[in-house]
Design a protein around this ligand. Structure first.
Ligand SMILES: Cc1cc2nc3c(=O)[nH]c(=O)nc-3n(C[C@H](O)[C@H](O)[C@H](O)COP(=O)(O)O)c2cc1C
Length: 188
């Protein structure tokens, strides 16, 4: 069974980036995958990554082990000041712990990317930055990256359910790209 790990969100209640990751994981599960989520409050437990003092707490260990075991990942960041939020980037930096694995970092695995920002400019540059991160970490950014403008679009209704059919269709396509190509990439 494909195991998909989701990372992302902010500390804001009702975080759209967190909800977008959770919605993607739900669609992956509907396609037969298992899923595990690391949301904003979880990421806030991680100390600032120090390469000289690796893996100091259970939260760090849990994230490193989960990514090590993942077949596919989905990462979401808000656009903060034109880039990836510190909360999400610190979690990614911790994954330096995977550098010396037989399968380092995100090697050989699809990584779906989602950005939520208050303007299209920040969604674009942040999505591009995340793709650069995934390339640096030997992962395969999925063909579809999702950009959500949280001022112009309303992806979720008051109950937190996905309400925008166009965004729902993109999330379903992203889930398909995360779950379907794993076998093909593993054979590469
Ligand atoms: C510290 C901070 C910096 C931000 N910087 C930008 C920015 O540069 N461009 C932009 O379009 N939106 C910016 N925003 C707005 C957020 O990207 C936007 O509200 C996003 O949807 C928040 O994601 P969330 O719903 O997961 O909390 C910023 C918000 C905060 C709190």
């Amino acid at each position: 069974m494909t195991h998909v790990v989701g990372i992302g969100g902010t500390l804001r209640e009702g975080s759209s980036s967190e909800r977008l990751v959770r919605a993607t994981l739900d669609r992956c599960v509907a396609r037969g995958a298992s899923a595990q989520m690391f949301d904003g409050p979880f990421l806030a437990q991680l100390p600032h990554y120090d390469p000289a003092a690796p893996v100091r707490c259970a939260a760090e260990r849990d994230l490193v082990e989960a990514v090590r075991a993942a077949d596919a990942l989905v990462i979401a960041s808000p656009g903060y000041h034109g880039g990836i939020s510190g909360l999400v980037k610190n979690a990614i930096d911790l994954l330096e712990e995977l550098a010396r694995d037989a399968r380092p970092y995100f090697d050989g695995r699809p990584v779906g990317l989602i950005v939520s920002a208050a303007g299209w400019q920040a969604t674009g540059v942040t999505l591009t930055a995340l793709r650069g991160v995934v390339h640096a970490m030997r992962g395969w950014p999925t063909p579809l990256g999702i950009a959500v403008n949280s001022v112009e679009q309303r992806p979720f209704d008051g109950s937190g359910a996905l309400a925008d059919p166009a965004i729902a269709a993109q999330i379903d396509m992203l889930a398909a790209q995360l779950v379907a190509p794993v076998g093909a990439l593993a054979r590469a």
